[in-house]
Design a protein around this ligand. Structure first.
Ligand code: SAM
Length: 347
C-alpha cells in the first residue's frame, strides 16, 4: 500500500514548524511522501535534509493545489477530522485499500473534504493536533509495525539506556561522494588493519578511541572522490566536515599522508600551509595502517622500499620511526599483525 499525506492550508509564516513535523511524522511512521498545498522551499529543504541523513525513500513536494492532486489520485482518501468516525471502527476496512491519501488540515478545511473523502476518520472526537492525529492513525494502519521500519541512512540511532549511541554508514558516505569501488575496498581493508593495531595497543594498556579509528580509517580516502593527488587529504577533511564529523576525525583524515607531512614538505607539495604530521594515537594508527595497505596488505620492509623509491630518504626515515613507535606501543612488531591479516585474507 502506498500512503501519501496531503497537507491542506499550509501558511508559510505560521505553519512552518508544524508542517515540518507533519512531514517528519509521516516519514517516521511509514508514509511514502507528503504533498503540501502552498509552495514552501524552506520546509521542503529541511525535510529533504533529514531524508538525506537518516535515509528512506520519502518524498516531499509543495505548491500542489488539492483539486488537481485529488483528480489524479487513484486510491482511496482518508480525511483526518475530529468529526469523523472512530478510527478503531473503520481501520480494518481502510487496511484493505490499495493506496491511501491522508488529508490533514492546518487552517479550517473546506466542507467538500468531508464529501470527497472515502473515510472521515476521528482520532478521538476531541480537538487536538494534526501531528498527533497522523501519528496515531499510522500506528493503527500499520498495526504498530512502523517501529520495525529500516531506513538505511548515513546515520542510524541505536536504542540506548543512557547517552547517545549513533552509528554511521561510512560505506554509504563513500558511495554518495562518488568514491570508486577500489577506494571503498581499500578503506575497508585499512579499517580492518587499523582496528587490529588499535586492539593490540589497547591490550598493552594504552587508551585508544576505537570509534575514531573506525571513522578515520573508513573516511581517510574520501577526498579521492575529488582528486588522487596529495590534496585528497585536505579535500577529504572538508567532505567529512560537511557531514558534521568532529575535529578528531578530520585530523585523522588530514594527517594520514605517508608517515606525516611537515610544514616544509607541505609547501613543496603545494598543500595549504600547515603541519600534517599525525599526532594522536588514532592518527598514527590510521596513517600507518594505510602505509601497510595497498591493494593488499604488505610488510613494513616492502612499504619502506617503496617510500624510499617514490618519496625519498626523509619520508622513509619517518615511516621507520612511525613503525617502531607503534610496534613499541603494541608490544609486538606491527608486521606480525600484518601477517595475521594476510593469512585471514587468503582464507
Ligand atoms: N480549526 C481547524 C478546523 O476546525 O478545521 C482544525 C485545526 S486542527 C489543529 C488541524 C488538523 O488536525 C485538522 O484539520 C485535522 O486533520 C487534525 N485533527 C485535529 N484533531 C483531530 C481529531 N480529533 N481527529 C482527527 N484529526 C484531528
Amino acid at each position: 500500500m502506498v500512503v501519501v499525506v496531503y497537507r491542506y492550508g499550509h501558511r508559510i509564516a505560521r505553519d512552518k514548524r508544524i508542517t515540518t513535523h507533519v512531514a517528519l511524522v509521516a516519514r517516521a511512521f511509514g508514509a511514502d511522501g507528503i504533498i503540501i498545498d502552498t509552495r514552501d522551499e524552506g520546509v521542503e529543504q529541511s525535510v529533504k535534509k533529514v531524508v538525506e541523513k537518516f535515509g528512506g525513500n520519502f518524498f516531499i513536494k509543495s505548491g500542489i493545489e488539492w483539486k488537481k492532486y485529488i483528480k489524479k489520485w487513484d486510491g482511496k482518501i482518508v480525511h483526518l477530522t475530529m468529526y469523523g468516525e472512530r478510527v478503531d471502527e473503520v481501520i480494518d476496512e481502510i487496511k484493505k485499500c490499495k493506496d491511501l491519501l491522508v488529508i490533514v488540515g492546518a487552517e479550517k478545511v473546506p466542507p467538500e473534504f468531508y464529501e470527497i473523502a472515502d473515510y472521515n476518520v476521528a482520532i478521538g472526537n476531541q480537538p487536538h493536533s494534526e501531528v498527533a492525529a497522523l501519528a496515531i492513525f499510522m500506528h493503527f494502519l500499520t498495526e504498530g509495525k512502523w517501529i520495525e521500519k529500516e531506513f538505511d541512512g548515513i546515520v542510524k540511532i541505536m536504542p540506548s539506556k543512557k547517552g547517545k549511541n549513533v552509528k554511521y554508514n561510512y560505506e554509504k558516505i563513500l558511495q554518495l561522494e562518488g568514491c570508486s569501488k577500489a577506494v571503498i575496498e581499500h578503506c575497508k581493508r585499512v579499517k580492518k588493519l587499523a582496528i587490529e593495531i588499535a586492539k593490540r595497543i589497547a591490550e598493552n594498556g594504552i587508551k585508544v578511541d576505537f570509534d575514531a579509528v573506525e571513522a578515520g580509517a573508513m573516511l581517510h580516502d574520501v577526498g579521492r572522490a575529488k582528486t588522487h593527488g596529495i590534496m585528497h587529504i585536505v579535500e577529504g577533511a572538508n567532505i567529512a566536515a560537511k557531514y558534521g564529523f568532529s575535529k578528531k576525525i578530520l585530523d585523522i583524515i588530514k594527517h594520514h599522508g605517508g608517515a606525516g607531512i611537515d610544514k616544509e614538505e607541505a609547501k613543496k607539495l603545494g598543500l595549504p600551509p600547515d603541519d600534517y604530521t599525525p599526532r594522536s594515537i588514532e592518527e598514527m594508527i590510521v596513517a600507518h595502517a594505510d602505509n601497510l595497505t595497498g591493494y593488499r596488505y604488505r610488510k613494513f620492509e616492502d612499504a619502506l622500499k617503496e617510500f624510499r623509491r617514490k618519496a625519498g630518504e626523509r619520508a622513509a626515515k619517518k615511516l621507520k620511526e612511525l613503525h617502531e613507535k607503534l610496534s613499541r606501543m603494541a608490544g609486538i612488531d606491527i608486521n606480525e599483525i600484518v601477517e595475521k591479516m594476510k593469512k585471514e585474507e587468503r582464507k
